[in-house]
Design a protein around this ligand. Structure first.
Ligand SMILES: NC(=O)c1ccc[n+]([C@@H]2O[C@H](COP(=O)([O-])OP(=O)(O)OC[C@H]3O[C@@H](n4cnc5c(N)ncnc54)[C@H](OP(=O)(O)O)[C@@H]3O)[C@@H](O)[C@H]2O)c1
Length: 511
């Protein structure tokens, strides 16, 4: 792996959960693989008063719990070496006048360490600060790249709707250039998401089939087996459409649907993703009920344990209409995908945690071996598993040994875990390293974020303006409301169920 230029990673919100669980453990993993520059430091920032020592102690705990690459005792020594690179500066992030002190601290540290005035600013604060911090940084000359690189990583959410997303974009672009902005979507950092590109564009067998002539429909599922836990308050203001569909699932659709990029570089790839998002056929407000199903989990018994419904969770309004489940059908209006339905669904408290893309191929035009209708309609499926148990599964028909020509479906199954010595970096590890290298390929560009919000807008509007549109209850531990099945029009097709319902019917579950 390439080694980035010397720099300081400046984390706003360093006393928070994301820094503790994800960011610092990911940077440690990079350090442990010797892919950080020789001169490097993390400067944690926050209002919480912490000494360097107290910050290091807390981060040590985070590394011990969450770093992936900490397999043997020799790592203890490395953790201690790494902790020496961590500093903390307490200041009021909101107060513009305090940025002079931050600048002093940063430049003093820079001249002590020799980090060449290169700074990456990471916004790991509540989103309300995403417009405040960049503006204060700019006023103190910390966005200008005259003497070193200045990059800004912004965490999701990128707005709550089209208007707020546009405002955020405008605000960021006042102080930083698009090339300096890194909008993080951790889905793009996942190895298997990137593998979608490799599967498609490096294999001669798939790409010729990857279009309306051979694909009957595409299905994307991202399910979670847990509820909102203690994040009910946050989730009430979000819901599945904002939390999962607008960003992760539409991005996956973009990667599945995009044309081959001219080059493997940031702009070529992101240009193609944007084109897909801009080609999504808008769902009219009056058609939302037909194309989009929303649901909310209700109390149930899962594996013999009683579980709460969403409305009983802490911080949730007992009459909440926030959706914990969304299933949707849409089309990409372009030459490649004209007429091919895309079905996506996501939900909490479903039977298992899985994210997968399924390409359903059309059946053969002539059913030579079909002695019954089920076989006649049999379709090849390519299942791209994003998580867990990352891999690729191809389902195809084989002859049943013996008399006649009976066909059964079999699996050709590849698991990443079977590759010897494979170390799958965490998404944050990959993305942070890319930003350090100045590579924004796997970050969301402003126009893609905008296009995704434009698509989602009529759905938000319909839900806001029409309270006749149902929020369907579904028992926790099931695959969501039954009406979601009706989205798939063909009578012989259903969603792929990677495992059975767990509510009230035992604990059988396999992927
Ligand atoms: N945690 C995750 O897994 C995750 C995943 C994806 C995205 N995100 C996003 O990442 C961001 C950080 O998440 P988090 O879970 O780390 O949140 P968090 O635990 O609440 O921490 C955020 C930090 O920001 C600072 N902060 C809080 N309120 C502030 C305010 N009004 N003004 C200035 N600073 C404030 C706090 O530090 P001080 O009080 O010391 O200033 C706090 O420690 C959020 O925007 C979240 O949506 C988080």
């Amino acid at each position: 792996m390439k080694i980035p230029k010397n720099h300081i990673l400046v984390i706003f919100g360093a006393s928070g959960d994301l820094t503790y669980r994800k960011l610092v453990p990911a940077v440690f993993d990079l350090y442990d693989q010797n892919v950080l520059p020789e001169k490097f430091a993390i400067l944690g920032l926050g209002r919480t008063a912490l000494s360097d020592e107290a910050f290091r102690e807390k981060m040590k705990e985070g590394i011990e719990k969450f770093a992936l690459n900490k397999k043997d005792a020799s790592v203890t020594e490395k953790v201690n070496q790494f902790l020496d690179k961590l500093y903390y500066h307490a200041f009021n992030t909101k107060a513009e006048e305090e940025y002079a002190g931050l600048k002093d601290k940063l430049f003093t540290l820079d001249s002590q360490l020799g980090t060449d005035k290169n700074f990456i600013f990471y916004l790991a604060t509540p989103p309300s600060m995403y417009t405040v911090i960049p503006c204060h940084l700019a006023k103190h000359g910390l966005s200008s790249e005259e003497d070193g690189f200045r990059r800004l990583i912004v965490e999701k959410p990128f707005g709550y709707d089209l208007e707020t997303a546009n405002k955020l974009n405008e605000s960021l672009l006042k102080d930083f250039d698009e090339e300096q902005l890194y909008r993080i979507d951790h889905y793009l950092g996942k190895e298997t998401v990137q593998n979608l590109l490799v599967t498609r564009f490096s294999n001669a067998i798939y790409e010729p089939l990857w279009n309306r002539n051979y694909v009957s429909h595409v299905e994307i599922t991202s399910s979670e087996s847990i509820g909102v836990g203690n994040r009910g308050g946050y989730y009430e203001g979000s819901g599945a459409l904002r939390d999962m569909v607008q960003n992760h699932l539409l991005l996956l659709a973009g990667l599945v649907g995009m044309e081959p990029p001219a080059l493997i570089n940031s702009n070529s790839i992101r240009n193609e993703i944007v084109k897909v998002l801009q080609s999504l056929r808008p769902i009219k407000e009056e058609d939302v009920e037909k194309y989009v199903i929303r649901g909310q989990y209700v109390g149930s018994t899962v594996k013999g344990q009683a579980v709460n419904g969403y409305r009983e969770e802490n911080g949730v309004n007992p009459e909440s209409r926030t959706e914990t489940y969304v299933a949707m059908k849409f089309f990409i209006d372009n030459m490649r995908w004209g007429g091919v339905p895309f079905y996506i669904r996501t939900g909490k408290m479903l039977p298992t945690r899985v994210t997968e893309v399924v390409i359903h191929f059309k059946p053969t035009p002539h059913h030579l071996f079909a002695s019954n209708s089920a076989i006649a309609q049999q379709q090849n499926q390519l299942v791209i598993r994003i998580q867990p148990d990352e891999g690729l599964l191809l389902k195809f028909g084989m002859k049943v040994p013996g008399a006649g020509f009976n066909v059964q479906n079999v699996n050709m199954d590849f698991h990443y875990s079977e590759l010897a010595d494979t170390y799958l970096p965490s998404a944050y590890e990959r993305l942070l390293h890319d930003c350090m290298l100045g590579d924004s390929t796997l970050y969301s560009r402003g126009d893609a974020v905008k296009a995704a919000w434009e698509f989602v807008k009529p759905i938000q509007e319909a839900w806001k303006n029409n309270d006749q549109i149902k929020v369907h209850g579904y028992p926790a531990g099931t695959w969501g409301p039954d009406v979601a099945d009706d989205l798939i029009e063909e009578p012989h097709l259903t969603w792929r169920y990677p495992c059975k319902n767990l509510a009230n019917d035992g604990n059988y579950c396999e992927l």
